[in-house]
Design a protein around this ligand. Structure first.
Ligand SMILES: [Zn+2]
Ligand SMILES: [Zn+2]
Length: 150
């Protein structure tokens, strides 16, 4: 597992360069925002970055996210019926839990151990390199909220 946040504290500049990306204040700020607050949407990240560095366009944030996910520095998750979310926990093929009520998303490790869920019951001859599992349900807060209303 690679966490950009740990490396970023040391040298985010070098990290970007190592992945062939030009280092800009905007990319660094976007990377930091994703690292600090995983599983947020591009719009959330735009608001976080704008509060932090001031002048930045929505398009610049979208472009930075595209460049970072392109190079594998951030992972883009696209749940059904939700805008894409971004995180910097990449390369370990972990899965996600999503609350249907409030949309909160959290990480969950794979169900079967080290090579996460890559052994399909029937691979149909495909060479499999990724398994994406999303568990849908309600988070503890939302369960508590509805229980206390009743
Ligand atoms: Zn919830
Ligand atoms: Zn995650």
């Amino acid at each position: 597992m690679t966490r950009v946040s740990e490396e970023a504290a040391v040298d985010a500049d070098a990290l970007l360069r190592r992945h062939g990306l030009q280092v800009t204040a905007q990319r660094l700020a976007v990377l930091r925002a994703v690292s600090d607050r995983p599983h947020r949407t591009a719009d959330d990240i735009y608001n976080i970055v704008r509060a932090e560095i001031g002048a930045i366009s929505r398009q610049a944030v979208y472009d930075a996210l595209a460049a970072l996910s392109d190079k594998g520095l951030v992972r883009r998750i696209q749940p059904a019926g939700s805008p894409a979310r971004y995180e910097d926990r990449v390369g370990d093929n972990h899965h996600h839990l999503i609350c249907r009520t409030c949309g909160r998303m959290v990480d969950v490790d794979c169900a079967v151990g080290y090579t996460p869920c890559l052994t399909a019951a029937d691979s149909s001859g495909y060479e499999i390199d990724e398994a994406e599992v999303i568990y849908w349900g309600r988070c503890p807060d939302c369960v508590t909220a509805t229980t206390s209303i009743q």
